[in-house]
Design a binder for this molecule. Sequence first.
Ligand SMILES: [Mg+2]
Length: 223
Amino acid sequence: MLDWQNIDTVMLDMDGTLLDLHFDTYYWLHHLPQRYADIKGVSLTQAKDVIYPKLTAQKGTLNWYCLDYWQQEFDIDIVALKKEIDHKVQLLPGTEDFLNWLTTTNKRIFLVTNAHSGSLAVKQPHARLERWLHGIYLSHDYGYAKEEQGFWAALQEDIGYDAERSLMVDDNLQVLGAAQESGIGHLLAVSEPDSQRPAQHTGDFNSVAHLGLAIPATETSIW
Ligand SMILES: [Mg+2]
């Protein structure tokens, strides 16, 4: 399905692409409201009434991914609360096989994420993604989310990729749309980003349930 011979740079999203999005959905929808209620001495319903509308209002913006923003907005230690559930950080099925295979090719492999550095700090000790990567690029460092064209211009300047020979893999279809608009030639969606939720529709984008299924068949048959 992917034209691997014509791809020399691979850009990978983190949450919902390499890592199970369950950590994040559980954190924002359950853990944070529960701990907010404990800390502020309000009911769980009151906590959700404070948290959910604010989250919804920022979706797709850099603020939505910014732990400093939420720390200020909710007056709560967002990173400390993430650490309370860091045992839930895990690779999606197929991630390890895919990255092991990818490193046997001569392709450049970059993590390209909207995740905040505080979130990366919680996840990295468990995920240890740097084992497979040639670089990690955070949209916060550019001041643009991956959904924005400014992000792709800044990334291009940093790593000098040949857009037509580059692949972006993401579970966020808005991000794939932005990557496509910026000229990235190869796009792949992940249709099962969260192990605890049903698969998502991926529209017109090529998709795999998990990255293990993106390894070329000629490679898997060797094993
Ligand atoms: Mg994602």
